[in-house]
Write a protein that binds this ligand. Structure first.
Ligand code: ATP
Length: 953
């Protein structure tokens, strides 16, 4: 083989599929067993760049900016600016003085605010797009690569031509490559060819004809496709834009991020508010003209313009975007990566969590505790993956330490554990510990074999693998065919003797199978006894199944082992038959301790009205033992197995599903039925999954959750959220954050819309009460809606959440955001606002002359509305707790926002240039005191409401 360190000339567009694999490996100067050297990788990265598709663009900056101005609320503001400008123009023509000194001030100011708001929206959205892109990057696939002879996991972006990668079911391909090896490899290429059915792939020594179309290139795998089944080894031929996907990248327009349900509802709300305000404007003008004739038209138009501006919550869309973005950041701190933005707000509505067992509820750190063959029961000591531990013989009621020699059946079981196994056990001198690369269940078997003195590194090279039946969650077992080494070459001196002893006619090949005992046993026709094989009879089977149940009910994960010799490697149609009439060797029971934090998380979710349901491929008794331990299975709960489920009609499943807390021995397709059954009962379901076949269930679930560590790329792609630590407790934490986000959104909607209603009523009342002018100009209203409402609203989005947030039932996702009293609150508080301000307005209007500034009443109304909102912001933080009952330091941003906003408002009154610009008047200390006095009533009112609610309850 060529030296992998030799640098390669840039790969031109070559027809790799037409080459035999050896030629490809030669041209790419790489070695299939070692991969590239790091030095070569660096050189090639300089030549080919990162393995990324660079032209799939989202919205570009101009599009994001333009989108800001298509917002219906901004369009209305632009309309207001134009009408206001027209009014000023008429005044100028008539030689009148415009209202506040110099012409077109409102128009200019409104345009400035429109532009500012647009820019703000632009910065927030482009930041959100960047944040989403960063999240996407974090969720970007990893690949198993061979470099310098070591198997490593790297980011797909680091691949270079010549890299050797390993594929397994669920892998997503991120570069193009040619197959070196393939075992039952099925790949779904729909992203590239549109063909939904997975296609079979094979390594080829000769290459394919040059005119082979893309869809028929069986010896190649392509970026953007996914492995549905089997295993494979691939040499990377093209990366990044040179891949087939890269070539059509321009055609793949990335779909713009979906607005969340709440954002959609807010868009609708904006529409309603805008049309409502137009209606109001028309009404005020018609009524006004009818009451006082055309002479008052000018003032009526001004009143209407102010009302139109007042009714629209200009600051709201920005605050919602920021809140959702903050939510994703808080969730990531708790190890939940949000892939689809709607999940942030809908997580709070989850009321059923369907969780996998292994790795999510348990630690996925397996240790074999017991080995059971026909003649021996052994207890295995030791911790973790450290391959040391005492072996105690438990048979015949006595216990004695033992160290071999091991009976033949045990030796074969250990050989099976090593050879029917795709994982590796290595000592990492840097971290001074033993590590498993691959499946922890298989890792535990390698540790077990090593405790018996069988070493993977020594045995695997002698037994060449000639065929395999990969593990799948449906079959729940795995098999391999290996070549028996010739006598004298075997590292097991007495191997042939053992095979003879077991009456396994020593054929040139052996088949080893391991998997779920109940499913493996029907494929066995013999059982070994102390030193030979006998036909497997009914008693044997009963004994094995009862031992299996006994181990499982202690929470152990049980695996059975079997083997037989083969005279020849079976042809493809015979592969299934090859797995029949096996010789039963024994069983092992391994412990996978529950994660310690899960018990508390289950308890917490129960209190929050969220049910936890375990869905596992494992034995029902193992599952039940762990579910009981964790508090998932409670008195009166039932369990269902995949077998029973298969016989149930969907309607029967729907009738029973609420009583079941454990589904055991299920296959991925059952998960889909379970989700649908819960949804038919109006449940809002979060479902975890890691395998490629879990994808449909993850898509169907209201929140599909993939595993960050053990999850396949396909499952991640289908999910709404990825658990970075694979931990169940993280789901509960994310649900809690979801509730906090939703609560905060409700709080600031209450806060913003309440004040808008108050403003509108106050403005509308002025002409009705016979006051000579409109109390607030459009400019002042914009100031209130954007600055004095906007800043505290942003701070309310940072509220950490009420202590009882996980002690109440979840909100239904169908429920309107205005339900549970929110709509009523907005109207009620709006009225209180209006009553307070109108009382002040009437009083100030009649006493203003005394202060020598005839228009100061308007500034008092303006100031009171602003300051009253500060009190409202402080009080609205909690629905139940009084302000004095809350720790003021939990949300320092709010206090900051209140102080800054108050100072800004005072600047508008006491800083002359601003006073001139905003058209305010200087207020005497007495007047200011009156404003503060009236404003505080708002705070007092909201606090009194909370007190009253306690008595009513
Ligand atoms: P969960 O869905 O909770 O993660 P699980 O990991 O126990 O469940 P599977 O991985 O589908 O579910 O395993 C189901 C059964 O298949 C196990 O109980 C075991 O008997 C068998 N099994 C698991 N891993 C292997 C393996 N690598 N080789 C052979 N059999 C296996």
């Amino acid at each position: 083989m060529s030296d992998p360190d030799v640098s390669v000339s840039p790969v031109k567009a070559e027809a790799w599929y037409s080459y035999g694999i050896d030629k490809t490996l030669h041209r790419l100067t790489t070695a299939p067993h070692r991969g590239l050297a790091e030095k070569t990788v660096m050189e090639r990265r300089r030549t080919y760049g990162l393995n990324e598709i660079t032209t799939i663009a989202g919205r570009n900056n101009w599009q994001i900016l333009l989108d800001q101005f298509t917002n219906v609320m901004l369009l209305m503001l632009i309309g207001v600016a134009i009408i206001s400008g027209a009014l000023d123009l008429i005044s100028l023509r008539l030689g009148e003085e415009t209202m506040e000194g110099f012409p077109f001030k409102d128009t200019i100011a409104i345009f400035a605010i429109v532009i500012l708001n647009g820019l703000l929206g632009y910065f927030q959205e482009s930041r959100a797009e960047k944040a989403l892109a960063a999240l996407k990057k974090m969720a970007s696939p990893k690949v198993q690569v061979l470099r310098d002879g070591d198997r490593q996991e790297i980011k797909a972006a680091s691949l270079v031509p010549g890299d050797i990668i390993l594929l397994e079911a669920g892998s997503q391909l991120c570069a193009d490559g040619q197959l070196i090896e393939a075992a039952n490899l099925l790949i779904r290429e729909s992203a590239l060819t549109g063909e939904a059915q997975p296609v079979e792939k094979n390594a080829s020594n000769t290459g394919l004809p040059l005119d082979t179309p893309l869809g028929d290139r069986q010896n190649m795998v392509f970026s953007g496709t996914e492995v549905v089944q089997g295993r494979g080894k691939v040499v990377i031929t093209n990366t990044g834009m040179a891949t087939e996907l890269g070539k059509i990248a321009e055609m793949l327009q990335r779909v713009a991020p979906e607005p969340t349900p709440l954002q959609k509802r807010m868009e609708n709300l904006a529409g309603v508010l805008v049309s409502g305000s137009l209606l109001l404007v028309t009404l005020v003008i018609i009524l006004g003209v009818w009451q006082s004739g055309w002479g008052e038209l000018r003032q009526l138009v001004e009143t209407s313009l102010s009302m139109a501006v007042a009714v629209v919550p200009e600051g709201l869309p920005a605050v919602i975007t920021v809140t959702l973005a903050l939510g994703t950041q808080r969730m990531i701190k708790r190890h939940a990566l949000i892939r689809k933005l709607p999940a942030v707000e809908t997580l709070g509505s989850v009321n059923v969590i369907c969780s996998d067992k292994t790795g999510t509820l348990t630690q996925n750190k397996m240790v074999v505790r017991e080995v059971l063959t026909h003649g021996d029961r052994l207890s295995i000591g030791g911790e973790g993956y450290q391959p040391q531990g005492n072996i105690i013989h438990l048979s015949d009621g006595e216990q004695r330490a033992t160290s071999g020699p091991w009976p033949p059946a045990l030796q074969l079981l250990c050989l099976n554990a090593i050879l029917c196994n795709d994982s590796e056990l290595n000592y990492n001198p840097g971290e001074m510990e033993w590590q498993v690369i691959g499946d922890p269940t298989e890792g535990a078997l390698l540790v077990l074999a090593k405790k018996f003195g069988f070493d993977q590194a020594q045995l695997r090279p002698s037994f060449m693998r000639r065929g395999e039946f990969p593990f799948s969650s449906e079959r729940k077992r795995m098999g391999v065919i290996v070549e028996v080494p010739a006598e004298g070459e075997s590292p097991l001196a007495n191997l042939l003797g053992i095979l003879e002893n077991l009456a396994l006619t020593p054929g040139p090949y052996l088949i080893f199978s391991k998997g779920s005992p109940e499913l493996l046993l029907p494929h066995c026709g013999q059982i070994h006894t102390a030193d030979h094989c006998v036909p497997l009879n009914f008693q044997h089977q009963e004994q094995i199944l009862s031992d299996n149940n006994l181990m499982a009910s202690r929470g152990l994960r049980v695996l059975g082992f079997a083997c037989k010799s083969l005279a020849q490697i079976p042809s493809t149609p015979d592969l299934i038959a090859a797995e029949d009439n096996l010789v039963w060797l024994g069983m092992v029971g391994m412990l996978d301790a529950p994660r310690p934090e899960v018990r508390l998380a289950v308890e917490k979710s129960l209190a929050a009205g969220i049910r936890t349901v375990m869905i596992t491929g494992d034995h029902p008794l193992t599952a039940l033992a762990i579910a009981k331990d964790l508090g998932i299975n409670q008195a009166g709960d039932r369990f269902l197995t995949g077998q029973t489920l298969e016989q149930l009609q969907q309607s029967d499943l729907e009738a029973q599903v609420e009583e079941v807390s454990v589904f055991a021995r299920v296959s991925p397709e059952h998960k889909l039925r379970i989700v649908k059954a819960f949804q038919a009962r109006n449940r809002f379901v979060a479902m975890t999954g890691d395998g490629v076949n879990d994808a449909p269930a993850l898509k169907q679930a209201d929140i599909g959750i993939a595993m960050g560590i053990t999850g396949t790329d396909v499952s991640k792609e289908a999910s709404d959220m990825v658990l970075l630590d694979d931990n169940f407790a993280t789901i509960v934490a994310a649900a809690e954050e979801g509730r906090v986000v939703y609560n905060n959104i409700r709080n600031f909607i209450k806060y913003i819309l309440g004040s808008n209603v108050g403003e509108v009523i106050t403005i509308a009342s002025a002409p009705l009460l016979g006051l000579s002018a409109v109390p607030l100009t459009p400019l002042q209203i914009l100031w209130m809606n954007l600055v004095t409402d906007g800043l505290p609203a942003l701070a309310l989005a940072m509220e950490p959440g009420e202590p009882n947030i996980m002690k109440r039932r979840p909100f239904s996702p169908q429920e309107s955001i205005f339900s549970r009293g929110l709509g009523a609150y907005i109207i009620r508080i709006g009225l209180v606002f209006a009553v307070v301000t109108i009382t002040l307005m009437v009083w100030a209007y009649h006493s203003a002359d005394l202060a020598g500034a005839p228009d100061s009443w308007k500034t008092m109304v303006f100031t009171t509305l602003c300051i009253a909102q500060m009190g409202h912001a402080i009080a609205v933080r909690s629905n139940h707790r009084l302000t004095i009952e809350m720790n003021p330091l939990t949300n320092p941003y709010l206090w900051g926002a209140v102080i800054v906003t108050t100072i800004l408002q005072l600047c508008l009154v006491y800083f002359e240039p601003l006073r001139n610009f905003f058209g305010t008047d200087w207020l005497s200390p007495q007047q200011l005191l009156v404003c503060f006095g009236f404003s505080s009533l708002m705070f007092v009112w909201v606090e009194l409401e909370k007190l009253l609610a306690r008595f009513i309850k």
